[in-house]
Ligand binder design. Sequence first.
Ligand SMILES: [Zn+2]
Ligand SMILES: [Zn+2]
Length: 223
Amino acid sequence: MESKSDYDCSICINTLVFPVKTSCGHLFCMKCMEKYLEQSPIQQCPMCRTKVKLEKLKVDKNVWKEVKDLFGDEIKERRKVVEEEIRKEKNIVKLKVRYGNKYELLKSFKTTKSGYENKHRWTVYVALGDKKVEAGSVIKSVEFKLDDSFGFTDIKKNFGPYEYACNGYGEFSIPIKITWQRWLKMEPATLDHPLKFEGKGSHKSFIVRVDKTLLEEKTGVKY
Ligand SMILES: [Zn+2]
Ligand SMILES: [Zn+2]
């Protein structure tokens, strides 16, 4: 690396602290990248949009050593803050929640009275990315709000699989409300999913932070 700015994180515009390098070669502070990916519906590099996986991010030891050698004093305070954050997170499990719609183009379908072809099979869903945990142990219910033209406005699922399938002719947006089990003491998550009728559909995810001890107690799963 050549200049000082090569050691800057493009998210916080500060010198890198605990740097992670993405597969596309971009560098970010570990915490900046974690927060970015947790909030972003799409898991991609903020610089070049290459797909990245939160779980795969590891501190780049070589770059971190270079940063410490060059800017040790300058980053002292921020480093302390991050180390404290890491210590606190030892008892946190980050559960990935996936949502979106699966999709299939039907070969045989019905045509509506007005001539629309109901050839799009879509399934809107909410699921956990982590197979270790049964979704029902953290999710109390999922509500899918459908367009008024469906005649019924809400589909409420109190048990998994948290999904709803239908054949249709046009894309529209589905508001989704996830209510968590009471022990999580979390506000419901409200999302909005625009259906996509192409390829394998459209899929997104976000992270919820759960107390590790409580999660293990409630699910019997060890982390
Ligand atoms: Zn940063
Ligand atoms: Zn990149």
